[in-house]
Design a protein around this ligand. Structure first.
Ligand SMILES: N[C@@H](CCC(=O)N[C@@H](CS)C(=O)NCC(=O)O)C(=O)O
Length: 218
């Protein structure tokens, strides 16, 4: 039995959730409220680093979302969600790593904006916007005439990048200068796996309350 410990607002856990759905696996979802539940002993026993996601597969714990995706691909190889050709595999890996190392950190600058909260530093925002543009240009140049990164079929790279890129228009960062990425993003968000994992207004409101409480403490 597969169990995913997650939070519906987190792009790190959403990428695992979508992969489980796209692989057609049966799984149980356990929501961890990031207002302190991640520090409780039961959860720390699963992940001493107090992060979601955690995947438990019949008593075997996997932490770190990219390691979880690799585990799922190795253990449940159908449908295949990584290219086998060396260059295509390099493309998929670059897209995954650029998303977590460059794109995602740059988007966190816009957290107050995403949640409609005051705050945000114009200088930091400008720096982040430039970083985001560099990543989007790289992605635009990396997509060839195939519908997905290095593949005719959806890959783990599309899931990792797509769960972050699809949020950009919501904070006013248009994809219109990147026509291939724009069309790719539309393809992704029309998939049932994307639609069924989209954060609801209630989830966003609960997250906003957690961030407001943290801001009041600091
Ligand atoms: N590198 C980790 C990052 C996980 C992560 O940062 N999760 C956040 C939610 S997006 C979290 O659990 N935060 C709560 C905490 O660190 O206490 C991964 O990819 O799994």
């Amino acid at each position: 039995m597969l169990t995913l410990y997650h939070s519906p607002i987190s792009p790190n856990s959403r990428r695992v959730w979508i992969t489980l759905l796209e692989k057609g696996l049966e799984f149980e979802l356990v929501q961890i409220k990031l207002d302190g539940e991640q520090f409780k002993p039961d959860f720390l026993a699963l992940n001493p680093f107090h992060h979601i996601p955690v995947l438990v597969d019949d008593g075997f714990n996997v932490v770190e979302s990219l390691a979880i995706l690799d585990y799922l691909e190795a253990k449940y190889p159908t449908p295949a969600m990584l290219p086998t050709d060396a260059k295509d595999l390099a493309i998929a890996r670059m897209v995954k790593l650029l998303t977590v190392n460059e794109l995602l950190p740059a988007t966190t600058t816009f957290l107050p904006q995403i949640l409609g909260l005051p705050g945000g530093d114009p200088e930091k925002n400008e720096h982040s916007l430039q970083k985001i543009a560099t990543v989007l240009r790289f992605f635009e140049n990396t997509l060839d005439n195939r519908p997905y990164f290095g593949s005719e079929n959806l890959t783990l790279a599309d899931i990792v990048a797509g769960t972050v890129v699809s949020w950009l228009p919501k904070v006013g960062i248009s994809l219109s200068d990147y026509p291939k990425i724009n069309a790719w993003c539309d393809r992704l968000i029309s998939r049932p796996s994307w639609q069924s994992t989209e954060a609801t207004p209630e989830v966003l409101a609960a997250f906003k309350a957690v961030i407001q409480a943290r801001m009041a403490q600091s």
